[in-house]
Design a binder for this molecule. Structure first.
Ligand SMILES: [Zn+2]
Length: 239
């Protein structure tokens, strides 16, 4: 399929942009800052040579060209993940509206997930992108009305947990799952929450065993909600 290599290149470019978002959104730095790209340590403006997705990281051996500061492995990982998810999406659907919706789901999931892991917060902009993607997806699948009801129930259920658990769940998770549920139907939403909980446990249990976490460690739920929803969509329970 001719579109697959294009999806990979587009994914690498977008992944590079998502790294800018992951750095700037939680720090409230403008995205359209004239200084498009700079080293967070020495502030040196980066050129295109320093910004080629994945390749620059490998050639510079993970260090800033100007000050030698260590560059987070998150940069090439986000680029590689975006390219992989864009690539896989092409094989999951052959409809352009569905493809856009999936790319929005995965893109917002990556950006929100990375920020949630570091700051325990989910930016509103990523909730909005997810909601638009979900609306497009369910409209194109002919179940927009059912998904709107699902989203309302999902939001309500998570809001209840949020209010009862007191700090057990962030309000960002409530909003985010409300948006994710726009991709879903009632049954697939339940499956999504189950899968999210299982994947969060799979992540946490090894940490408890090697003592890198304890009962009080807070684990972001956003990334797991995104994973659970993505899998649930493709299990295709359209009930
Ligand atoms: Zn530097």
């Amino acid at each position: 399929m001719i579109i697959a290599p294009i999806a990979v290149v587009f994914g690498l470019v977008m992944g590079s942009f998502y790294n800018v978002l992951i750095y700037r959104l939680p720090r409230k730095i403008s995205i359209i800052n004239p200084k498009w790209s700079f080293c967070p340590v020495c502030n040196h403006t980066l050129t295109w040579k320093d910004n080629v997705p994945i390749l620059s990281y490998v050639l510079l051996k993970g260090k800033c060209r100007y000050c030698g500061a260590h560059i987070s492995l998150r940069y090439p990982i986000v680029e590689a993940l975006t390219a992989s998810l864009f690539f896989v999406s092409v094989y999951l659907t052959n409809n352009v509206v569905n493809l856009m919706a999936l790319w929005m789901l995965f893109s917002a999931g990556l950006v929100a997930g990375a920020i949630d892991f570091e700051y325990m917060l989910i930016p509103d902009s990523m909730v909005i992108v997810t909601a638009i993607g979900g609306g497009l997806w369910s409209w194109n699948h002919g179940h927009l009305f059912l998904s709107l009801i699902t989203a309302a129930f999902a939001f309500g259920a998570f809001l209840l947990i949020y209010l009862i658990s007191k700090n057990g769940m962030g309000f960002g998770d409530v909003e985010y799952f409300g948006a994710l549920a726009l991709f879903l139907t009632p049954f697939s939403a339940v499956i999504a929450v189950l899968l999210a909980s299982i994947s969060a446990l799979v992540f946490v249990i090894p940490m408890l065993f090697n003592h890198t976490a304890n009962r009080k460690t807070r684990v972001p739920f956003g990334p797991f909600l995104a994973i659970g929803t993505s899998i649930s969509i493709f299990l295709n329970f359209h009930i």
